[in-house]
Design a protein around this ligand. Structure first.
Ligand code: DX5
Ligand code: ZN
Length: 234
């Protein structure tokens, strides 16, 4: 119990607005809005129309965000071939690069490559992918991103069936002594679902629609930080 309390204090709760829900006619303002609201980092969703049935942004938009805000940039690559494209997103200014375990490449090799470039690296898994799939690479990453919707679109409903998987990944990290492992959730996050995820061991929360449609992003973000901090269980 005492050890858990010490670890709890060390584990930081982060809130990341997803730029996908900003006004695409004013993306720089959308990035600035997140920073001004107190975001810990900005989440950037890259989709290739192949890995997911939608197309979004490329490295130019990450570069624009880098030139616009000072907060870290968290780049979520929903693409089939991160082996060919990760480098361009690193050069554009990403602080964390997140690739999918379901990608069509040698995942351990690409994770090692990204880390060697001096940026944080995360492995991501879709709602239908079992936790065990990421265990072989868990020691190679700074973060595990658990999708809580099927990737491709903002504004979808949270899938509660993912919660036991969040817990299983947190338990595995603890078992391996990976006490600083970040566990992020992405998709359908609001006060209620954020609280649930925190209670299952998640400490980083992406929120698109919930934050960008809020009347007061700053107050909503602060409240999301508060409810998740209170609910967080390592
Ligand atoms: C979904 C993206 C998410 C999305 C989350 O494919 O990976 O980052 O922007 O948006 P909300 O919070 O609206 O579900
Ligand atoms: Zn995302």
């Amino acid at each position: 119990m005492r050890v858990c309390r010490v670890l709890f204090r060390a584990m930081k709760i982060n809130i990341l607005p997803s730029l996908l829900s900003a006004d695409f006619g004013h993306l720089a303002e959308g990035a600035k809005m997140a920073e001004d609201a107190g975001a810990d980092a900005l989440h950037l969703d890259v989709m290739d129309g192949h890995f997911v049935p939608n197309l979004t942004i490329g490295p130019q938009v990450v570069k624009m965000a880098r030139n616009t805000v000072k907060i870290p940039l968290n780049t979520h690559l929903m693409i089939s071939n991160p082996d060919q494209l990760a480098q361009s997103f690193i050069e554009a200014g990403s602080d964390t690069v997140q690739i999918h375990i379901e990608a069509e490449c040698n995942v351990p090799e690409v994770l090692a490559y990204i880390r060697n470039q001096g940026v944080r690296v995360a492995i991501t898994l879709n709602p239908g992918t079992p936790a065990e799939m990421v265990f072989p690479v868990i020691e190679q990453v700074d973060e595990v991103l658990c999708m809580t919707v099927n990737p491709g679109f903002g504004g979808q409903s949270f899938m509660p069936e993912v919660l036991p998987k969040v817990r299983a990944i947190r338990e595995k990290a603890k078992e391996l002594g990976l006490n600083n492992m970040d566990i992020m959730v992405d998709g359908g996050i609001n006060f209620e679902t954020g609280r649930e995820c925190a209670a299952h061991g998640a400490n980083r929360f992406v929120a698109g629609n919930f934050l960008y449609t809020a009347d007061d992003m700053k107050a909503t973000l602060a409240e999301l930080r508060k409810v998740t901090t209170e609910a967080f269980v390592l």
